[in-house]
Design a protein around this ligand. Structure first.
Ligand SMILES: [Zn+2]
Ligand SMILES: [Zn+2]
Length: 280
């Protein structure tokens, strides 16, 4: 398995083309489509469901479950998180978690995959589209043992295509609005969910308050939290990465925390890790 290494400059054309399609179809074509065809209740609900399910699968699943193991859950929930997580086209949970753990281990250094010292755009999207990274699976040995995680990793293209494109398109046909489903539930949704994740690496390392660790760039900011399902309380998260919460005050916007807590009330999540109040 490769060791940690420095990123190498390489344009990933598949990613560049995908992103161009998302911008043209999702951002520019959607308003034209709605202007010409109106917006049916079914296609709006499909978009909202997909936006919520895939966005939360990154924060509840990829981040707080697979990367940080802040709580435990059953295979049914794990499958749903892997399924809708794949739909975001943000790589497999295994690769995502490995790079994220590397980010926490080497924050703000050359070995950080999105080193904040390289500037906003590098952290936001440049590191993904224009650099090749060495992915070290030695830091995800726990995930290598999990059959569902490994299946999603091995057959990632199949999972992503099924969950991210074919299923919303099939539902689009079912409700008689296939083009609306493609533009909104596939393209616009993917563009928004991707950018929410990117903001955690850019905005949340540059704007706000870093009082939990002034030596690190990770910051807390309410607007960042609002755009990222609560991940914007990033200074707290870098200091206490094993906590299932990022926003710890009752008025902090952290729907990811609320979702995990709700799962626990229904017996579908347990062993939620909390930092004792005296530590912060
Ligand atoms: Zn960070
Ligand atoms: Zn993290």
């Amino acid at each position: 398995m490769p060791e940690y290494g420095l990123p190498k400059r390489k344009t990933k054309w598949a990613g560049v083309i995908l992103f161009a399609v998302l911008i043209v179809c999702g951002v520019f074509e959607t308003p034209v489509y709605i202007y010409q065809n109106g917006l049916s209740k079914a296609e709006l609900l499909l978009f909202l469901f997909y936006f919520f399910a895939t966005g939360m699968s990154i924060t509840v699943g990829y981040h707080r479950l697979f990367a940080h193991a802040t709580y435990k859950t059953n295979d049914f929930v794990r499958f749903l998180l892997l399924f809708f997580g794949a739909a975001t086209y943000e790589e497999s949970a295994l690769k995502w978690a490995s790079q994220h753990r590397q980010h926490h281990q080497f924050t703000d250094t050359e070995l950080d995959p999105h080193n904040s010292k390289r500037g906003f755009w590098y952290c936001h999207i440049g590191w993904i589209l224009f650099y090749k990274h060495c992915v070290n699976q030695n830091n995800v040995k726990d995930l290598l043992q999990n059959k569902l995680v490994m299946h999603q990793h091995k057959y990632y293209d199949f999972w992503a295509l099924t969950a991210g494109i074919l299923l919303p398109l099939a539902i689009g046909y079912g409700i008689g609005r296939p083009l609306g489903a493609f533009l909104m539930a596939v393209c616009l949704r993917m563009f928004l969910v991707m950018n929410a994740a990117f903001l955690i690496n850019s905005y949340a390392h540059m704007i706000g308050d870093n009082s939990y660790n002034e030596k690190e760039s990770a910051r807390d900011h309410w607007l960042g939290a609002l755009m990222t399902n609560g991940e914007g309380y990033h200074s707290f998260h870098h200091r206490f990465p094993n906590d299932y919460r990022n926003g710890i005050k009752w008025y902090h916007w952290d729907p990811t925390k609320w979702f995990i807590y709700t799962l626990s009330r229904f017996g579908m999540a347990w062993d939620l890790k909390r930092t004792p109040a005296g530590y912060f």
